[in-house]
Every structure is written in structure tokens, then in C-alpha cells.
Design a protein around this ligand. Structure first.
Ligand code: SF4
Length: 413
């Protein structure tokens, strides 16, 4: 039985009060809001009107790429145009992108059934939801998230999840028989059930799949009961060894991480969560509590940070972020160079910027705080790690190697 507690009620209130329209955004910035939204003031509203795009333009962006901001995430904004704002508030640049490829990584051609992306032999991405607590402006799946006709619970926005008992016996049936959900408060469309069932069948039939990554959208937007059923079904396949969940909810709606969610997830070990923090201001007490709840359930936590121009593209910000992540028990896993996805060109820094940051992290931070800097090659060619060039010269006897201080040293084999 899910216990009705303050924190679980809080995440539902946050979802219900998320911001979807320009007038909601204006209203929120123009008042002292409640439920964690602290001191948004008329000053910020004035800034918003003065510095940001016009309301008309904002409407145009939202028409193509939806907006959703939780009151919690909005409360982290300190001024219009700051790094938190940039990740959450639409920008006219999204419509003025010289790049017009919405799927440069060729996820669609590598999708044998609608909910699966199968790029590498031993693992698949299982797209279980196309909803998120916030629609990040830099999202690499902008073409899908928040847009209907993909995998999404029906009218979740209008009808937030109701808290109700979890019948674990019902989970024992799994969802292999296309019967995902008979009694969930969040109903799933027939199309979505079908997609999930096809995805599960695909995983079941391909015995070389050892690692399943639940992604989306955000898998933690599903009800805990649906998640339980999906995880239960995946665990029926002996060839699946590890399950990973990719979720930004720890950052954008940390109250979603309840004790009940943690107790469901821990039934399916080995289970890992990779989350997504981009700026030190996102590491709040609430985020720390969410991470600690999951870590106590034995779930290793990693972070996939995205390098974003104007948000975190300096060594100082990145160093502070990595330090704060390991303090809340999250291991920096990847630093992604942003993909060349339509609508995100204004976020893309140069590769030199990324390499300089990596150079600055090395030596100044403990090794466990250093992520791998990754580019994802277009056309579905896969991820490649990039490193600063530490070897200055090299022959069959020795190499000249540069250290983090820029000093060179002869290294004899
Ligand atoms: S939470 Fe993840 S999937 Fe959702 S919009 Fe943000 S980056 Fe995209």
C-alpha cells in the first residue's frame, strides 16, 4: 500500500501546477508564489518582459516545442536569462536554428519497434514515456517530448496520479499479455500499451540484449505501479542483466522520489539510475534528499551532464557542479557535448571549450568527480569519448606527456 505522505502529495501538486502557457509563466513571475516558489517578484517580471522574447514569439516557440516548468524548478531562477532560466524558458532561437535535423543520431532508423532504439548489440533504449516534469530547452529528443501521439499516459497533465494501493499480486502477471494496466489511475492508451508490449516482446526475443535503459521522456513520470509492472516484466527475461533508468526528475521534481518509489525500484536490482544535473544551483537540499533516498535503496547514481553555452561552459561552474554531485552521492558519468538537434544551436559551444574544461577538471578534482567527455556521432555511429591531448610526442621508446599543470615529462616505456 502506498503511504499517503506529504512528499508524495507534493510532487503531484507540483505536476498539477506546472507551467505550460505564456500567461501562466507571466503570472508566476509576477507574484510571490507558493509551494516552494519563493521570491519571484515584480522585478523579475519586468526583467522578463524587458529581456526575454515577446509573448507572441514565446507562443510560437511553444507551439512547436512545448513548455513545462515545475514550480520547484522555477523557484531556482534568480534572474531572467540566468542558467536555470535558459534551460527552462523557451527562446526564439529555437525557431531560428540553421540546423534543421530533428534526429541527427538516427534514432528513428534504429528503432525496430516504436518504443525501442537498438544501436549497440548488447543494449537497448526502451522509451516508456514521452512526458517530463520539465521540457528542457536543450533536449536531444525535442522532436518527441511532450508531444502527443507518442508514448504518453493519457491526460496525465489534467489528471495527476491518484494515490492508491499497489497490488503486487497483479504485478506477478507482468504485462507480457498486453495487459499492462487494468486498474491504474493513470490510464494508458491502447496505442501506448501496444508500443510497450511490442517493446517487451522485442527485448524478450533478442537474447543478446543484456542491458535495458528505460528512457523517454522521463520514465519516472509513469505511476509507480506502471513502473513496477514494466520492471517486473523485464526481469522475466533471464538474458537481461542490468536495468538502467534515465531520469531528470531528481533535478526538476525531486519530490517524486518517495520511499515507496525507492522500495519498488530496489526489487529489480541490479538497477542503476542516470540523472541529469547541469548547474550547481540545481543541487538543492530537495535534490540531495531524493538522491539519498535512492542511494539508501542501493541504487548507484550517475549523472549525464550536458555542456551548454551560457549555462555551464566554464571550468569554474563545471568544477563546482562536479564537486557538488559527488557530495550528494551522484557519480559524474558523462559530460555530453550537445547533439546538433534542430532548435538547440544556441546552446552548442565548441569542442575546444569542452576539452579545456576537461583539462581544468583533471588534477583539480578527485578522479571520481571527473566524467567522460562524449560526442555522439551523427547517423547513429555511436558515442566517442574525447580527451585533451596529453601526449605531446611519442616514439617506440618514450613519450613526452603533459600534466594537468601544463608541465611536460619524459615517460619511458
Ligand atoms: S528531462 Fe530529459 S527527456 Fe525530458 S526534456 Fe529534459 S532532457 Fe529531454
Amino acid at each position: 500500500m502506498e503511504i499517503i505522505n506529504i512528499s508524495s502529495a507534493r510532487w503531484q501538486t507540483q505536476l498539477k501546477n506546472s507551467i505550460f502557457t505564456v500567461s501562466q509563466l507571466s503570472d508566476s513571475l509576477n507574484c510571490h508564489a507558493n509551494d516552494h516558489v519563493t521570491t519571484h517578484s515584480t522585478d523579475m517580471y519586468a526583467d522578463f518582459l524587458k529581456n526575454s522574447i515577446s509573448k507572441d514569439n514565446l507562443e510560437k516557440v511553444i507551439e512547436k516545442y512545448p513548455m513545462r516548468i515545475t514550480p520547484y524548478y522555477l523557484s531556482l531562477i534568480r534572474s531572467a536569462g540566468d542558467p536555470i532560466w535558459k534551460q527552462a524558458v523557451p527562446d526564439i532561437f529555437e525557431l531560428n536554428d540553421p540546423v534543421n535535423i530533428d534526429d541527427p543520431l538516427h534514432e528513428e532508423p534504429q528503432s525496430p519497434v516504436p518504443a525501442i532504439i537498438h544501436r549497440y548489440p548488447d543494449r537497448v533504449i526502451f522509451l516508456v514515456s514521452n512526458l517530463c516534469a520539465m521540457y528542457c530547452r536543450h533536449c536531444m529528443r525535442k522532436r518527441k517530448v511532450g508531444i502527443s501521439n507518442n508514448l504518453s499516459p493519457v491526460s496525465e497533465i489534467d489528471k495527476p496520479a491518484q494515490i492508491h494501493g499497489t497490488d503486487h499480486l497483479s504485478c506477478s502477471r507482468g504485462i507480457n499479455n498486453h495487459n499492462i494496466n487494468n486498474h491504474n489511475e493513470i490510464d494508458l492508451t491502447d496505442e501506448k500499451k501496444n508500443h510497450l508490449s511490442q517493446g517487451l516482446s522485442y527485448i524478450g526475443q533478442n537474447k543478446n540484449i543484456h542491458d535495458v535503459i528505460l528512457s523517454g521522456g522521463d520514465p519516472l513520470m509513469l505511476s509507480t505501479e506502471d513502473l513496477d509492472r514494466i520492471l517486473f516484466s523485464i526481469r522475466q527475461f533471464d538474458h537481461v542483466e542490468t536495468i538502467r533508468i534515465h531520469s531528470r526528475i531528481l533535478c526538476t521534481l525531486p519530490f517524486r522520489v518517495t520511499d515507496n518509489l525507492a522500495s519498488v525500484l530496489e526489487k529489480y536490482h541490479p538497477l542503476y539510475i542516470n540523472t541529469h544535473f547541469n548547474h550547481p544551483a540545481e543541487i538543492t537540499d530537495e535534490a540531495a534528499t531524493a538522491c539519498s533516498t535512492l542511494a539508501r535503496a542501493g541504487i548507484p547514481l550517475g549523472c549525464q551532464t550536458v555542456l551548454l553555452k551560457g549555462v555551464n561552459d566554464t571550468p569554474e561552474i563545471m568544477t563546482e557542479l562536479m564537486r557538488k554531485l559527488i557530495k550528494i552521492r551522484v557519480k559524474p558519468y558523462y559530460l555530453h557535448h550537445p547533439d546538433a538537434v534542430e532548435g538547440t544551436a544556441h546552446f552548442r559551444p565548441s569542442l575546444e571549450t569542452g576539452l579545456e574544461i576537461m583539462k581544468a577538471l583533471r588534477g583539480n578534482l578527485t578522479g571520481i568527480a571527473i566524467p567522460q567527455y562524449m560526442i555522439d556521432l551523427p547517423g547513429g555511429y555511436g558515442k566517442v569519448p574525447l580527451l585533451p591531448d596529453y601526449i605531446k610526442s611519442n616514439d617506440d621508446k618514450k613519450a613526452i606527456v603533459e600534466n594537468y599543470q601544463g608541465r611536460t615529462c619524459e615517460y619511458i616505456f
